[in-house]
Unconditional design. Structure first.
Length: 275
């Protein structure tokens, strides 16, 4: 048996179970209609919720940014990759979100990886909704913290888990999706925040699918529930309703400052490109 035979067996198993991911090739801009593998089809799949990915004004702005800044930052943010555009973007996002400060990452996925692993470690515990996104699951695993799943969208189950486990650990972090990506249901954020406040635990919400949909002007789930100043960490992404690329972390100023010092994707991966 060769060293790669196990991979062939695993892939064959995925195909037999109907779980093999067949990659489609898109030959057009993202819109209501797409060219997929040479066919003109109606698009029900993309995250381009507001049609901004190919909006003429955004395309023109990207052209102008490319002319001025080039196609890549050529450095990590912590050395020479922070352009004035990054600073302006983070300031405008903080105002948009009603948050003290914002840091941007290369994607929503890396925002979760970097944030969770910077805030908790092996001596800590994470209380995580059972249906949270894969990036939350992977970020939690990367942190080394104990992961305690609680029943989906159930504040009472969260509180019971906290009562049973929190005292055994140094610090705790509660994490939930805002709008859940697989089901589309909305987290009962006010009740969850009350539990976090009662036990003085950091609270984090991933609102990747709420931005552009919920709240005034698409500001997201925190604005939707009027919880400004009560959420410690709000994760977002620019790759869905905003139609571009990049991850967003909005929150308390001291948390954002810490992420600039210890958020590993921010420190060790090239900055988001200007266009």
């Amino acid at each position: 048996m060769s060293k790669l035979d196990w991979l062939t067996q695993e892939i064959d198993g995925l195909k037999e179970q109907g779980l093999y991911n067949r990659i489609r090739t898109i030959g057009s801009a993202q819109g209501a209609w797409l060219t997929v593998d040479g066919k003109h089809v109606l698009n029900f799949c993309s995250n381009n919720y507001l049609g901004l990915a190919n909006h003429p004004k955004i395309v023109e702005a990207a052209k102008e940014a490319t002319e001025k800044y080039g196609v890549g930052p050529a450095a990590v943010r912590s050395i020479a990759g922070t352009m004035d555009l990054h600073v302006q973007l983070e300031q405008r996002l903080a105002k948009f979100k009603g948050a003290e400060d914002v840091i941007t990452f290369q994607s929503g996925f890396t925002a979760n990886l970097g944030t969770i692993s910077a805030l908790v470690g092996k001596e800590d515990v994470i209380f995580s909704d059972r249906l949270n996104h894969a990036s939350i699951i992977d970020g939690s695993r990367l942190s080394g913290a104990k992961i305690i799943p609680y029943e989906h969208n159930d504040p009472s189950a969260l509180e019971e888990a906290i009562k049973e486990h929190a005292s055994s650990y140094r610090r705790a972090l509660i994490i939930t999706d805002g709008v859940f990506s697989m089901d589309g249901d909305i987290a009962p954020l006010p009740a969850l925040v009350e539990v976090a406040k009662k036990y003085d635990i950091l609270f984090m919400v991933d609102d990747a699918h709420g931005e552009g949909v919920l709240g005034k002007g698409g500001r997201g789930i925190v604005d939707h529930f009027g919880l400004h100043g009560k959420i410690d960490i709000e994760i977002g992404t620019m790759s869905k309703a905003f139609g571009v690329m990049g991850g967003i972390v909005a929150g308390n100023k001291i948390i954002i400052e810490w992420l600039r010092q210890r958020g590993r994707p921010f420190m060790f991966s090239s900055a988001v490109t200007a266009p």
